[in-house]
Design a protein around this ligand. Structure first.
Ligand code: ARG
Length: 246
């Protein structure tokens, strides 16, 4: 009788309980979003988010367990308990925020476009791309896809499962422009000189945040305080500089 009526059985389950009981922080992300999460040739996961996730797990004294998940199903994966948190460059949007809780913004980004090199001079601003004669690409279920529909309704939009397939359309000349997050586009352009041109003026504002299941104020409180700590003690800057300054 004592155990049945313990205070604990009345509290809603926090992800913190699963994490501490299992000794594992299970983190959902979709590898393929440079430089946030990538898979190396020998199958390891690396990147800005991965280093943050490892640091977070260490601060909880548990093991970091990567859960590489298709972007399209990443919120369902969180909701069904395949992971405890999404650390995956996810923009805090109102639609997503109706399904999950977000910790405070950990980085701010915006949308930009990579265009075909032969459009250089003809397309000088992202605004020029709102034209029937242009074909654009982006990744399914991303804010890039959303922005493409909103800002370029006259253009044809082709969506792909992965960002790699979507951006390849431009590098191969099958699409005129690829709409995606600025950090990804900047890095891709520097790695594929001559294949794409980066229009680096961003035309949206997107705060990225870590997502957790709803009704979990304990975990949310942990995350927001953890974020303040790493931003003030230099850990965040060290990890940021490693991936964004080179
Ligand atoms: N920031 C964009 C969004 O929230 C794209 C994120 C894509 N992330 C990824 N791992 N593919 O929709």
């Amino acid at each position: 009788v004592g155990a049945l009526f313990s205070a604990h059985s009345y509290a809603a389950d926090s992800a913190i309980d699963n994490i501490l009981t299992s000794g594992e922080l299970k983190v959902c992300f979709e590898a393929g979003y440079i430089p946030f999460e990538m898979k190396t040739k020998d199958g390891r996961f690396i990147g800005f988010d991965i280093d943050l996730a490892k640091h977070m797990a260490r601060s909880m004294d548990v093991k970091f367990v990567p859960v590489n998940t298709a972007w399209d199903g990443i919120i369902p994966a969180l909701q069904t308990g395949k992971c405890d948190i999404i650390i995956g460059g996810m923009a805090i949007t109102p639609q997503r925020n109706l399904k999950v809780m977000f910790a405070d913004t950990y980085i701010e980004i915006g949308q930009t476009v990579l265009i075909k090199p032969d459009l250089q001079g003809k397309v000088t601003s992202y605004r020029d791309l709102n034209d029937e004669k242009y074909t654009l690409s982006s990744q399914i279920g991303t804010t890039g896809a959303q922005a493409a529909k909103k800002y370029f309704p006259k253009a044809t939009l082709n969506l792909f499962e992965t960002s790699a397939d979507a951006v390849l359309q431009v590098a191969n000349g099958k699409a005129d422009g690829f709409v995606y997050d600025l950090p990804y586009n900047a890095l891709y352009a520097s790695q594929h000189k001559g294949k794409v041109v980066h229009l680096d003026q961003s035309f949206t504002y997107e705060p990225l945040g870590w997502a957790i299941r709803q009704n979990d104020p304990n975990f949310l409180n942990f995350l927001n305080n953890y974020l303040v700590q790493i931003k003030k003690d230099g850990s965040y800057d060290r990890i940021y500089d490693k991936w964004f300054k080179s």
